[in-house]
Structure formats: C-alpha cells, structure tokens
Write a protein that binds this ligand. Structure first.
Ligand SMILES: [Zn+2]
Length: 521
C-alpha cells in the first residue's frame, strides 16, 4: 500500500484524531531551502490520502509571523540588524510591495507550495494572537508555569530556570522588541517585564520595565509552548515534525507532554519524518548549503518536483544531489515508470505515486510516448535533429498534444540540466581545451584531420561536407569509423558524437579548425 494511504488508514482505523485536522507550519524569516518542502509535502499527501479514503479532513498551515527575528539572511544583515528582536510581522519588507518582513518571505513560500499543488488554509500566528484566540492558552500557560518548567526538565533534561520564570515574552512598549523581554510576576491580569540589554546574543533590549496585560497580542508564548497551544486553539489532530524536532527530549516530546498535562487535549497523530539530504548532508539555509525552495521550478517540471517527495516514504531519508550526477535523469526515469504503471494499471503502488504527483488535471489515460530524459539530452545536442519529428518517427504515428507538451517540457529541462548540472561526459559540446584523449590519435587519424580542415574551410552546407568527409576517408583508404572518431576526440574527447558535419558547422569555423590543427600536431 502506498505510504500515505497506509498512514491515512492507520489514522482512520485508530478511531481517534477526529475531526481530522492536518497542520504544518512555516517561520517566514528567510527564503526556505528546498529541503524544507518535505514537511509541507508529507502533510499534504497524508491530507489527500485521508480525503481519498473518503473522510472529511482539513489542512492548515500556520505562518509563525509573530516570532521574533533572531537571525538574518546574509544580504539583509547590513540594513535589517536594527530589526533583530522585532516580531517578523512588525519589521518592514526587504522589497517594496509586501506588508512586512514576514509577508515577503511567507508570500514566496506560499507561491512555491501552490506551484507544487499544496494548498492548505493559511493562518497567521500574529493575527490569531492579536484577535485574542490565544488568550486562553496564554492564561493556562501563565497559571501553570511551574508545571511547564517541570515538564521541560523531565522531558529534555534541561536545567531549571530561575525562580518566577514565566513562559511568555511581551512586546516592549518602549522599543517594540519581543525577543529581548523577560516576564515575571503574573497577577492574574498583568505581567511585569524588563526589556533586557544582554539576555540574548542576537539582539539588544532597551532596559525598559513595565507592567502589561499578556493578552490580545501583547505577548507570545515561547515556541515549545506555542506549538501545542496551536493544537488546542485550532483543534489540530494530525501534525508531524522533522526528525530534528522529533528527537527524544526534543520540542515534539515536550509539546506532546504539554497537551496532556497542561492543555488537557488529546495528543495529535505524530509522524517524525526523515531529512532531505543533499549529497548525504542535511540541507540547511543558514549554512548556505543547497537550493532554495523557490528554485525547485527552475530545476524540474512541477510534477516531477512533487514526485521527488511523493515517491519516498516519510520514514526514509530523501537523498537528492543533482550537481554533476545522474540524479535528475534517474528521477525522470522513475517518474516515467510510475506514469506507465498508471496508464497500464500494472503496479498499484507506482500508479498511486504518479497519481499523488499530479498537480492539475490528470493526463489522458492512454498509451503515451514518454521520451527518456537522457535521450532528449542527446537529441537536443544534435544540430541535425528535429526532436518532434524524431519522436513522431520513433512513435510511428503523429504525436498527441500530451506527447508534444511532454517533449517540449523535457527539452526545456534538458537544456537546464546540460547547462548547470550534467556530468561533463554528457555534454556534447566543444571542450574548452584540447581533450587528453587527443594524445592517442594515430598518424592515420591525424592525416585525416589535417585534410578535413580544408573541407571544412570550403563547405558551408552540412550535407555536402558530410559527403566530402566520407569521400576523404576513401581517398586516404582509411577506416571511416576511426577517421570520424578523430573529429570527436579532438573536439569533445569522445569516440562518438552527433552527426559530424552538422556538429562541426554549428561552431565558428576558426575555432573548429584551430582545434583540429592542434590535435593533428
Ligand atoms: Zn525595549
């Protein structure tokens, strides 16, 4: 059974977690890296599997825009340092046209999600706090501060905080920062606070002290308490977390203990999902490793990008390393295998993976030519080939609209792959310098190259040049295959290549001629 269907079945069979409400979240403090798409996709797939199983379900996404800014993307460090400590929603947008710092990054992330077919209902944490929806949770947390501290200690082994600690931060009325305030003395109506100069390393408080109501958006619960408070306030019954939050004693464990002992609601269904790895490393935006989520569309067609996530069970690490590897062509091959299974009804699991990867309407369920990505890569590098004609020929009949669209889309992504990601051996393009292999050319091959130079100088028509080159091999009583190989070795370091004359004539003649002469020395 497909993994998301298995999870949905487990949820339904348990008789618990009703009404089904799947939730995930995002903190808009920078552009998300591609690995952070795993959470939204896993949640989306479980939500869709629940719907597919015929039950009612809701899917929401909380934008954590009330969190303080506690770090900045490199390019914003100069101009935005003064906003460190402010709620994400209360700092200005780095670019015009967005309401706030949070909106700028949240909008981008929402667009990426929509492009991948992930369309939850979005909730703003900032708005919910300001509308008073978290007031109940804030009151419970303040009343039960000691119990919360005990749970922190028991679950994560953290050391006891100072006496009078309260699980809340308020926005300083003097400087507007949230991340720098320490709250104490809850009297049932107001809390006292100090905006501390040196409490955190990343922001400086102003030293102001005061008393304020903790409600209506004046204050925010710390993340470990805020998370389970979401579950209570919205009624969330299904939410997983990446392995880093889900580790023993981590924030998920604390949150689950808090719902049980403090908020007194049922624990949501949990599924700790594995990381997204690139070259065996966890992707992290702070270390600058890996791609941004918004680049996914530049890398792969949206359905194939979605497929990358749908095919892998959440319990397995997702490895993807497109740089200089066959990861992208291999991914297309797997996608095609699932596409074919879906058409033919040959493998239920593969068919289901394909179905779950669809974003728009499904394609016609009929025999469809799926050009292998690596073949497309080769064809587009052969200047004498019209790829649509070529595939019509291979197909033995006219291409359907779906087939034509698929080919055109693959041509687009094959070009991107060649330019940015392909290993060198896939590039049928004249190399920068004389390939090593040219050292092994025989005297006979060198003679052919010297004479071929004259023919290239004289001919601009590929048909004629091709014939002339062929006749030259006869004239020299040379082996035709070895002679043509010499051309490819000199230009691209390979024994074979696209049809010679067309290939040679696509470059400036001088460049080709100089190279052949160099190889023939
Ligand atoms: Zn202050």
């Amino acid at each position: 059974m497909y993994w998301a269907d298995r999870v949905a079945k487990e949820i339904i069979d348990s008789g618990k977690f009703k009404p089904y409400w799947v939730d995930d979240m995002f903190t808009p403090s920078g552009f998300a890296h591609i690995g952070s798409l795993r959470g939204p996709l896993v949640h989306d797939l479980i939500y869709k599997a629940l719907k597919h199983a015929g039950v009612e379900a809701t899917f929401s996404f909380v934008i954590n825009d009330f969190d303080p800014i506690d770090g900045l993307p490199e390019d914003l460090q100069k101009d935005f340092s003064k906003y460190l400590g402010f709620p994400l929603r209360q700092a200005p947008s780095p670019k015009e046209g967005f309401e706030s710092f949070a909106a700028y990054f949240a909008d981008d992330f929402k667009n990426v999600l929509a492009s991948l077919g992930v369309k939850p209902v979005f909730y703003s944490s900032y708005d919910m706090y300001h509308e008073g929806k978290f007031d109940v949770a804030v009151r419970i947390a303040l009343d039960d501060a000691d119990k919360i501290q005990d749970i922190y200690q028991k679950v994560s082994g953290s050391k006891k905080k100072e006496a009078g600690w309260l699980p809340l931060q308020v926005i300083c009325e003097n400087c507007g920062k949230l991340g720098t305030t320490r709250v104490h003395n809850w009297d049932g109506k107001t809390v006292a606070y100090t905006c501390e100069i040196n409490m955190v390393k990343w922001a400086q408080g102003c030293g102001h002290s005061g008393r304020i109501s903790p409600f209506g958006g004046n204050g925010k619960l710390p993340w470990k308490v805020d998370w389970p408070a979401h579950w209570m306030v919205l009624g969330i019954t299904i939410e997983g977390a990446g392995k880093d939050h889900a580790s023993a004693g981590g924030s998920m464990d604390i949150a689950r203990q808090l719902v049980k002992e403090v908020f007194h609601i049922d624990q949501p269904y949990n599924f700790p999902y594995e990381h997204f790895l690139i070259g065996g490393k966890k992707m992290s935006s702070s270390k600058g490793l890996g791609f941004k989520a918004r680049d996914a569309q530049a890398l792969l067609p949206v359905e194939v990008a979605r497929f990358l996530f749908t095919r892998t069970d959440y319990r397995q690490a997702l490895e993807f390393d497109p740089m200089g590897t066959m990861a992208i062509p291999d991914l297309f091959d797997e996608y095609d295998r699932c596409y074919e299974s879906w058409i033919e009804g040959s493998n239920e699991d593969f068919a289901r993976v394909f179905e779950m990867s669809l974003i728009g309407d499904p394609p016609p369920k009929e025999k469809t030519l799926l050009p292998r990505f690596r073949d497309v890569v080769n064809y587009i590098q052969m200047p004498n080939i019209d790829i649509l004609k070529k595939y019509a020929e291979i197909n033995g009949k006219e291409l359907t609209k779906t087939e034509t669209d698929i080919i055109n889309e693959r041509v687009k992504y094959a070009r991107i792959w060649l330019e940015k990601y392909a290993p060198d051996e896939f590039k049928l393009q004249i190399s920068e310098t004389l390939p090593e292999k040219a050292k092994d050319l025989t005297e006979e091959q060198k003679e052919f190259l010297v004479k071929a130079v004259n023919l290239i100088e004289q001919n601009d028509d590929p048909e004629k040049l091709q014939l002339a080159l062929y006749n030259l091999t006869k004239e020299l009583k040379a082996d035709a295959k070895k002679s043509f190989s010499a051309l490819y070795i000199a230009l691209i370091g390979k024994e074979f290549g696209p049809k010679a004359a067309w290939f040679l004539l696509q470059y400036p003649k001088e460049k080709v001629i100089n190279r052949l002469k160099e190889a023939a020395k």
